[in-house]
Every structure is written in C-alpha cells, then in structure tokens.
Design a protein around this ligand. Structure first.
Ligand code: ADP
Ligand code: MG
Ligand code: MG
Length: 362
C-alpha cells in the first residue's frame, strides 16, 4: 500500500521560487514504489491548484512542476483534471483530505511556515510533516522567538523590538533608543520573514533610517539587533519528543552577510560540513538547539542557527527555522547526510514522524 503524499509548495511569499526548488527535489527523491505524490501548488496570487497524482511521472523542471499542478491564470477556469481552489475558499482544502494520507508543506515564510497552513491541516485532521501551529508561528516571528529564548535563558544578542507605527510616529525617539541600547553597526530585520528579505546592516543614523524604512515595507513588527563579529554555525534537529541532532555546519559567505543573493544564487557562499570547530562548541550548539526546539514545542525538523564569536568563545542562538531550505544541496539535508541519513531516508523519517505525531494527538 503506497503512502499518498500531498506536497504543498509555492506560496504567496518572497520565497516562492525557493519552495518550488524544494518541492521538485522531494518529488524526484521519493521512491515511487512507496509514495503516490499529489502536487498542491499555491500560486503567487494565493490561489491553490491541485494536480493529478503523478503515477511515476515526475516533473523534471520547475516549469513542469507548475504545469503538473495545473498552474494557470487565476482568471481562467480550471482545465479538465485540475481543481482550482481559490484563496477565498480555503475550506476546499478539506476535499484534499480524502485524497492524501499525509501532507508535506514546503512553503517558506509568511502564510507558509508561520502556522497558517499548519492550522488548515489541523482543521482538516491531516497528518503533516514538520512543526505544528504554535512552534511555526513563534519560529516565524523573530521578536516572539527571542522573547521565548530569553524566557528559557538561551544566550542571544541584544535586541530591540518595535512596531512600524512606533517608528513612523516617533523616529527620533526610536533611533535614540537603538543607539543607546545597541549602537552601531546594528542589524535591522522585519520580524516575520526569512531568506534575509528586508534585512540590512546599519553603520550610522542615515543607514538606520533607511534600514528601518526598508524593513517596515515587509512587516509591522521589526527587530533591531546588535551586530556580532562571528562565525555562522548551523545544526539540524530531527524528531518529535526524542531528538536527534546532526553534525554542525558553517556558512562561509563571501559577501558582507548571508543575504538573499548569497543564499540562493550561490554568490560565493560555501558550506563547510562538518564545521572546523572545537568539540565544546559543537556540544554547546547541540544542547542549545535541543532546548530551543523544545521551548517552541517543535516537531519533525528544524534548523537552528548560531553565531559563534570565536575570539571571546561566545555562542549566541540566532534563530530556529522550522521549514529550512530542503533541496539536497541545502544545509539541513546536507547536515544529516553527513550524519549518515540520506535525502530520501530523511523524507521517509519525516513522514513517519508526521504520522506518529498525528497518532499521538488523537
Ligand atoms: P533570516 O531569517 O532571513 O535568515 P537572519 O536573522 O538569519 O534572517 O539574518 C540573515 C543573515 O544576516 C545572517 O545569516 C547573518 O549573516 C546576518 N546577521 C543577522 N543578524 C546578525 C547580527 N546580529 N550580527 C551579525 N550578522 C547578522
Ligand atoms: Mg530565518
Ligand atoms: Mg537565517
């Protein structure tokens, strides 16, 4: 009996293309004897289209992936064999419930890994891969995530959280508070984003103003952090309540920071796996990563990112990514590859963890 696996991908977010790459990789990697895949594509306009089960016919390119699911202009009626689920009718999602056993949502960013799709899947009573509603929501909002980390005493950089409205109403006051509490350089981020979208480094007041204005275009919740001169280390966590950690990897960015270009266009970025770091640092990372995962009530997978100030041997947790990049060349799968778990085995394990978690809840 094959497992009927629905893959939700795309999404109304700046990480749409990244999601397509992940979905394509998963479809190519799963064993056709074990899985029957149904692509469920969330188009850029937010409408959903669902394709026929692939029955061994896997898409080879991202364009084929869109067509397999039945991508089309939202103004056109659904073609034969396709079902257009409009954003105004999310309840149509429930009809998918009869056609799949488990869902792998690979939509990054807002309306993807922030608990919204997870909530829909909960309502549909469908098992799904990865983090649940609460951990997804907390993990997506950097401000809330930092609040939780602080509560459980995890080491992190100094930060200031603020609302866009505060910034717009009293820019002078906000800038002074940031200068007083953090100083320059600092990092300005929209709270609810990923892939470095809307993030910039500010070295003076003028750049801070620009950076806050930019971040405010993406979110009403903003985060400013003190800058740390540090190496960027990442670890994978796999499991529900019993957790396994991967080896530690390092990102060596040629650019000033690990921005969108560097992440996805390979602009001189290198991944070093395993990272050349002392054992006590790797142990500290594994320990903090598990604590962070548990504090959020994570499940399935997460990639936990760190800054390590080598000079002062200080470790800071940066963030938990509940839906990390998941192509075979992304950090998370490569970290587990190095720990002896292949890409397709990783997918098998995640599906099993999804089914176990679902059974646990009943
Ligand atoms: P995202 O969720 O978009 O990946 P991050 O918070 O990880 O956002 O920031 C993106 C990148 O910016 C990091 O990988 C790192 O290179 C750089 N960066 C972020 N915050 C800091 C900081 N406080 N100090 C130094 N570099 C930072
Ligand atoms: Mg992130
Ligand atoms: Mg990051």
């Amino acid at each position: 009996e094959k497992i009927r696996l629905g893959i939700i991908y795309g999404g109304k977010s700046s990480e749409h293309e990244v999601s397509l790459r992940t979905a394509l990789s998963i479809m190519k990697a799963v064993d056709a004897n074990k899985y029957e895949v149904t692509p469920i594509y969330v188009q850029l306009d937010g409408s959903w289209v669902k394709g026929e089960a692939l029955a061994g016919q896997l898409p080879e390119t991202i364009d084929a992936l869109r067509l397999t699911a039945g991508a089309q202009s939202p103004n056109q009626p659904a073609a034969a064999g396709q079902e257009l689920i409009t954003a105004s009718k999310p309840a149509s999602m429930f009809s998918i419930g009869q056609q799949v056993d488990v869902v792998f949502p690979v939509v990054h960013g807002p309306n993807g890994e922030d608990g919204t799709i997870q909530g829909l899947l909960e309502l549909a009573n469908l098992p799904y891969v990865g983090t649940g509603v609460m951990a997804s929501a907390v993990g997506m909002d950097k401000w809330m995530m930092k609040t939780v980390f602080a509560q459980v005493g995890l080491p992190q950089v100094k930060y200031v959280g603020l609302l866009r409205s505060q910034w717009e109403k009293s820019p002078e006051e906000v800038a002074e508070k940031i200068e007083r509490e953090l100083g320059y350089p600092c990092f300005v981020k929209p709270a609810n984003m990923g892939s470095s979208v809307g993030i910039s480094k500010a070295k003076n007041r003028e750049e801070l103003v620009q950076a806050l204005n930019l971040a405010a275009r993406f979110d009403r919740r903003l985060i400013v952090e003190e800058f740390v001169q540090a190496r960027e280390l990442e670890i994978g966590v796999l499991g529900n309540e019993e957790l396994m950690t991967s080896v530690v990897g390092e990102i060596i960015a040629a650019k000033e920071f690990y921005d969108y270009e560097a992440k996805y266009k390979g602009a001189g970025t290198e991944l070093s796996i395993p990272a050349a770091i002392p054992a006590h640092v790797a142990e500290g990372i594994a320990d903090i990563a598990k604590k962070a995962f548990q504090a959020l009530d994570g499940s399935g997978l997460s990639r936990v990112d760190f800054f390590w100030d080598e000079k002062n041997d200080k470790l800071y947790i940066n963030e938990v990514n509940t839906m990390p990049g998941f192509t075979p060349f992304s950090m998370y799968p490569m970290l587990f590859q190095a720990a002896g778990i292949s890409y397709s085995e990783l997918i098998d394990r995640l599906v099993q963890l999804a089914l176990e978690r679902h059974a646990d809840k009943q």
